[in-house]
Design a protein around this ligand. Sequence first.
Ligand SMILES: [Mg+2]
Ligand SMILES: [Zn+2]
Length: 194
Amino acid sequence: MIPVRRAVFLDRDGVLNHDRGYVSRPDNFDWLPGTMPALRSLQRAGWGLVVVTNQSGIARGLYGPAEYQNLSAWMQSELARNGIALDGVYHCPHLPDAPLAAWRRQCDCRKPAPGMLRRAARHLKLELSACVMVGDKPTDILAGRAAGVAACIRIADAIDHASCDVADAPADFTCATLADAARWLLEHEETRLA
Ligand SMILES: [Mg+2]
Ligand SMILES: [Zn+2]
């Protein structure tokens, strides 16, 4: 098998599923409409699919690492039932002022830092300059920029206004759904991203 060289980095909440705030169980994980076909179309076109998700709910003590892993395994099995195989799922459990000392850290992985994208690139042998970031918050776009990806796409319907304390970061393309993002990417990959 040819190793994946390029991937779409996907934020989770607000991109794949409704951002209900600290989603921790399958019963409050609601897929956004069109997620499955959008991911399938990207996968068919040769894009790796890598989830990069801030999970400060762990640092805040709202759910534990095991509960997070359970949800992540469930998410991947749902994707697999739909013919989609993620190349990686990376999460940041940290927070600089976490109530739980075990997770209190100024880490390099909490977006807007690019640590998760860099780690994935190392593990999966991705060319970051050929990758794309898709997220719903300015911190996602900033993480993509810091990692040096080719393009950053913002899903704007799901903006969490609580995140507006972060200076806004212009995206290369802003759209309402992951399906729009996938279409834009497939249309532009030859010309812009080659
Ligand atoms: Mg999000
Ligand atoms: Zn972290």
